[in-house]
Design a protein around this ligand. Structure first.
Ligand SMILES: Cc1cc2nc3c(=O)[nH]c(=O)nc-3n(C[C@H](O)[C@H](O)[C@H](O)COP(=O)(O)O)c2cc1C
Length: 327
């Protein structure tokens, strides 16, 4: 039994909170800075790593997972691919690095991915998925989970796929209840999520559009049987949401901590990325999320987006935080 301190309800099951993978955002630098400033997720998925043809894995291809700061027990590398041999090559390499568990991406909606029958482009092909799992699962040294959408174009594809998934030992099935065609627009389809979750014999992780503690309470009220929850953009926008959900009450944004987080991302990405243009590009991606914490967020975002030098960027960041009285 797990009790929410300060909350007004008891959870019958222990909650497990997962950080969603956001490519270009939640890399090793983000994950380490996040934990230092805002606390720990129970599990974190890496942004996808694509399979590679051939015999070897170049160190640059897996640089997100090689650093010692990555906790091998709580970080789950995610693989995007559709060739069982290539998948096993990469998965075995990741196991050799100490990772216990692997996730298969069946959710990526980008046309250049789905066209090649990867990501959610595989969801209309249950037999293909069955053959892949028949080959991969017995040869994998550890557990496999999958991350799926409702379908590529048709929101009932996952329902039809579920009997196949139920035949295999999966550690969990993470469901983002949108179709690939939707991308990230429109709303999540909670009715279809419920249907798929009811059909699934594996532990199900809910993922999608939890941006506030009220969203979380709402979903949790509707799906009390679900104990595993994955959050991405909501914590990128407001990193205090993790603590709010754990404690059961809203934690207000502390701009000094947010600034500290920003500064770590800026400093470490400055070392990792070559040249000011790359650093500015990366920081602008973060501000697409952070700016939501500032008054006149659109103006703040625009002022950051217009920066063409590091000096200008530093000035605009100082101004944004100063207006909040944080520096
Ligand atoms: C910029 C961006 C990058 C993403 N990268 C990945 C990825 O590498 N692997 C993956 O499974 N999902 C990826 N996703 C999907 C998220 O993990 C998640 O399923 C989606 O954002 C819905 O959850 P949220 O509303 O909590 O963000 C990405 C989403 C965005 C917006």
């Amino acid at each position: 039994m797990w009790q929410c301190t300060g909350g007004n309800y008891l959870f019958a099951m222990q909650l497990l909170l997962f950080l969603a993978p956001l490519r270009g955002v939640t890399d090793h630098i983000f994950r380490a800075a996040f934990e230092r400033c805002f606390g720990r997720f129970d599990y974190m998925l890496t942004p996808f790593i694509t399979t590679v043809k051939g015999r070897g894995i170049a160190p640059s291809h897996i640089k997100d997972v090689t650093g010692e700061e990555n906790d091998r027990l709580r970080l789950i590398p995610q693989i995007l691919g559709n060739d069982p041999d290539d998948f096993l090559l990469l998965a075995r390499h990741l196991h050799a690095l100490g990772y216990q568990s692997i996730n298969w991406n069946l959710g990526c909606p980008h046309p250049q991915v789905t066209r090649k029958k990867r990501g959610c482009g595989l969801l209309p092909y249950p037999e293909f998925i069955a053959r892949f799992l028949e080959r991969v699962i017995p040869a994998l040294p550890g557990p496999l989970s999958i991350k799926v959408r409702l379908g590529l174009d048709d929101g009932d594809e996952l329902k039809r796929l579920m009997p196949v998934l139920n035949r295999f030992p999966l550690s969990n099935v993470i469901i983002h209840p949108r179709t690939g065609r939707q991308g990230y627009s429109g709303s999540v389809d909670l009715d279809r999520f419920e249907t798929a979750a009811d059909l699934c014999r594996h532990p199900v992780v809910y993922n999608g559009d939890i941006a506030s503690i009220d969203d979380f309470r709402d979903r949790r009220g509707r799906f009390p049987q679900i104990s595993r929850w994955m959050i991405g953009r909501g914590v990128a926008r407001n990193p205090f949401l993790l603590e709010s959900i754990r404690n059961g009450h809203n934690r207000h944004v502390d701009y000094i901590v947010l600034r500290d987080f920003h500064d770590e991302l800026f400093a470490r990405n400055g070392v990792l990325l070559h040249g000011p243009a790359h650093l500015l590009g990366r920081m602008k991606e973060f501000w697409a999320y952070f700016s939501g914490n500032f008054q006149k967020s659109h103006d703040v975002l625009m002022s950051i987006q217009r920066c063409i030098t590091i000096e200008m960027y530093r000035r605009k960041v100082d101004e944004a935080f100063a207006r909040r009285g944080a520096v």
